[in-house]
Design a protein around this ligand. Structure first.
Ligand SMILES: *Cc1c(COP(=O)(O)O)cnc(C)c1O
Ligand code: SF4
Length: 354
């Protein structure tokens, strides 16, 4: 009964309703909600199997968020921001924030300071962002992000993508969206038909746990893939969610079954209110070592640290180099076997040259 009275098609955004749905006391949720926004779809909530499980940890406010250190903007996104809704850190591509709303406010979000805040975006900001891109011919790749771009009304997103497409130097557009994971019902034939008009378009989504791959999220991804959109995935390495080689390997493999190609695994950023999610760097390297060679190369993403201070993403790999000199490089394979490869091409004799 309660469910049918929920406004905004099955999205919960107040502490009382959430506490009620979970059968817990609302006080802790209320206190966290005073600081950080709250939003969860009924669908995502239904994936919870027990208190504190990997689904719960990603979406239910926790008092731990009020503890700890960290910065609001550890990646220096504001410093790389020539106009309010653009981050321009790399030579040929920019992040363009076009939405402040997400279907769910993930408790570990790097942009905790921005999402859910209506002040962080308006039409004027979007117009300014478009102008900036028009004036910068070196920008050939636009990552539309937020918040979640797929939470915008379809016509509005259509209009923004159309404006980007009309800029001659914009070669590709990428959408970053967690909607296929947290609110797959929002991926409709109407949305896909609209997106299809703006090719070449890519979409990176954000699955963090194999249990998020359901008939519903699989269907959403298959509709997007059928619209010709190559799908990638960015996972955040999170304590108590996916900091386990077996879980991560299963996630990467299952993503391929719904036509999503693993792209990045991120070491968690140093954002205030997310300390309880952070793992050691070794944990990530151990996970990478459990993937490469042990499963399809297609299931092996890059493990990156988005360096503090706005230096950008830096990829880490378990070091396979045992020794390297002018003679040979000695390498270790995924099973620990060693091999040697000559460092330089063999000198050819004069009479071989012809
Ligand atoms: C992540 C990011 C990009 C895109 O990086 P790729 O490695 O090309 O996916 C671009 N700009 C900013 C500011 C970013 O943080
Ligand atoms: S969907 Fe992405 S931007 Fe939105 S709250 Fe989750 S992690 Fe943050």
């Amino acid at each position: 009964m309660k469910q049918s009275r929920q406004p905004s098609n099955g999205i919960i955004s107040d502490p009382e309703t959430l506490a009620d749905a979970l059968g817990v006391d609302p006080e802790a949720i209320r206190r966290v909600h005073e600081v950080y926004p709250l939003q969860i779809s009924r669908y995502y909530l239904s994936l919870i199997e027990e208190e504190g499980d990997p689904i719960w940890r990603q979406c239910v406010p926790d008092l731990e968020e009020l503890n700890g250190e960290g910065e609001e903007d550890p990646l220096g996104e504001e410093a790389d921001s020539p106009v309010p809704n653009i981050s321009h850190r790399y030579p040929d591509r920019v992040l363009f924030y076009i939405s402040h709303v997400c279907a769910m406010y993930c408790r570990f979000c790097t942009r905790k300071r921005k999402v859910g805040d209506p002040q962080s975006l308006n039409d004027e900001g979007i117009a300014q962002g478009l102008d900036y891109i028009r004036q910068h011919p070196e920008v050939r790749d636009i990552i539309v992000s937020g918040g979640d771009p797929l939470m915008l009304p379809v016509e509005k997103l259509d209009s923004i993508l159309g404006s980007l497409r009309a800029i001659p130097h914009v070669e590709i557009i990428r959408i970053g969206s967690r909607v296929p994971v947290t609110f797959p019902q929002r991926v409709t034939p109407e949305l896909c038909a609209m997106l299809k008009k703006h090719h070449p378009l890519f979409l990176n989504t954000h699955f963090n746990h194999p249990r998020e791959i359901t008939p519903e999220s699989g269907h959403a991804c298959s509709m997007l893939a059928d619209a010709g959109i190559p799908l990638g995935n960015q996972t955040v390495l999170l304590r108590g969610v996916n900091d386990d080689p077996a879980v991560m390997k299963r996630l990467m493999q299952k993503l391929l079954t719904i036509r999503v190609r693993p792209y990045y695994i991120y070491q968690a950023d140093l954002v205030r209110g997310t300390d309880h999610f952070r793992t050691s760097v070794q944990e990530g390297l151990k996970i990478m070592a459990s993937l490469r060679g042990h499963t399809s190369g297609l299931a092996v993403p890059h493990f990156v640290i988005d360096g503090p201070g706005g230096v950008g993403k830096i990829a880490l790999i378990p070091d396979p180099v045992v020794s390297f000199d002018e003679e040979e490089i000695v390498l270790k394979n995924y099973e620990g076997f060693l091999c040697s490869y000559p460092t330089h091409p063999r000198e050819r004799q004069a009479d071989e040259v012809r």
